[in-house]
Design a binder for this molecule. Structure first.
Ligand code: ATP
Ligand code: LTN
Length: 326
């Protein structure tokens, strides 16, 4: 059985990009693998958070994990800050990574745009992510395409440590889906769909009601030539919508294009509204029940205990190999 690890930040507005790029894979993988899914709250404080909102968002994401189909009987689900070894290992890895490689991370560059000085945690964010993954000897890391560079860095650091200190870490592979790996913003298909974008119609969130889903999709930016064709370069808007259609329906893009031959964008969007509404409704319904149950916190505490037992073993191996402690 392969070991799978991934994480999502506890910020609001989990959207269909997060779902199609990451969460959907989490569910698919849990039958055949040993899966560990984390709510990475320590990553989220790399930018300022309201403490009360953060606590709520941790439980929101945990409930969404279960609502999309993650089964805590099969997978370990826990909150990152409940297992202290994440921060402990991050320090060791920081001592084995370079400011040069961290400066090249495009996510850091994007988040730090226009500032002269950045919070050090924003800069070292990818190392905490590497620690998350390496702590659990993960073989596979299901994520969206935007995380490719961070996975490469994780591999580089793992290989570097193994070469210097002897076999310490499993070198992980990223797992990226074809149809959902990079969902673009509905209002600007040049940008990825994002939790933090100001315009709420730039995304469809998993907890949006039918009305909001309809509004956001019908408003989505397309182009003026009116032909439904997959061409991300020249027709990014309609290509993004085709991608979303394909990911929710399971149909290939070629088949969808054939089905809509001769139709206008309006007809296509109406059908897409239908498909997305149908895909999301059961998640939203399950979410309400789970979010309000007492079971949720018990599940996370149990998950932290199980994760902590694995993390402790890895940290012992790391300390032994590095000559740390007594
Ligand atoms: P933001 O949208 O504000 O940039 P994020 O990327 O920081 O949020 P996370 O919670 O860290 O969100 O990401 C959870 C998962 O969703 C990650 O695996 C990430 O790669 C994936 N993901 C995020 N945005 C998209 C997208 N637009 N398309 C596909 N996958 C995505
Ligand atoms: N950096 C990721 C979230 C994340 C993660 C991880 C994903 C933190 N730790 C470990 C996979 C494995 C993001 O911003 N999407």
């Amino acid at each position: 059985m392969a070991r799978v690890f991934s994480g999502v930040q506890p910020t609001g507005n989990i959207h269909i990009g997060n779902y199609l790029g990451a969460l959907k894979q989490f569910v698919e993988l849990q039958d055949e693998n040993q899966c560990i899914y984390c709510i990475v709250d320590m990553h989220s404080i790399t930018v300022p958070q309201d403490p009360k909102e953060l606590k709520d968002h941790i439980l929101d994401v945990a409930a969404l994990y279960m609502a999309v189909g993650i089964d805590p009987e099969k997978s370990i689900v826990f909150v990152q800050s409940d297992v202290a070894q994440h921060a402990e290992l991050a320090w060791v890895l920081m001592c084995n990574s370079y400011t040069g490689e961290l400066s090249r991370m495009t996510q850091f560059k994007a988040k730090n745009k226009g500032r002269e000085s950045a919070p050090a945690g924003l800069f070292t964010y990818p190392i905490l992510m590497a620690a998350d993954i390496l702590l659990y000897d993960a073989d596979i890391v299901p994520v969206g395409n935007d995380q490719k560079q961070h996975i490469e860095l994780t591999r580089d650091v793992a290989i570097r440590v193994n070469n210097k200190y002897g076999e310490t870490f499993v070198v992980p592979d990223g797992r990226f889906l074809k149809a959902g790996a990079r969902i673009m913003a509905l209002d600007d298909p040049g940008d990825k769909m994002s939790k933090s974008a100001e315009n709420k119609h730039s995304r469809v969130s998993l907890l949006d009601d039918d009305n909001k889903i309809k509004k956001s999709i019908m408003k989505a930016t397309t182009d003026s030539d009116g032909i439904i064709r997959f061409d991300p370069e020249n027709k990014p808007g309609i290509s993004n919508l085709l991608n979303i259609y394909s990911a929710f329906s399971g149909k290939t893009i070629d088949d969808i294009v054939k089905d809509f031959e001769g139709c206008g964008y309006g007809d296509f969007k109406k059908e897409l509204v239908n498909i997305v509404q149908t895909g999301i409704a059961p998640i939203r319904e399950r979410y309400e029940d789970i979010r309000n149950s007492d079971e949720l916190i018990r599940t996370l505490k149990d998950g932290a205990e199980r994760a902590g037992a694995i993390a402790e073993k890895t940290m012992k191996r790391v300390k032994d190999n590095f000559g740390l402690g007594l």
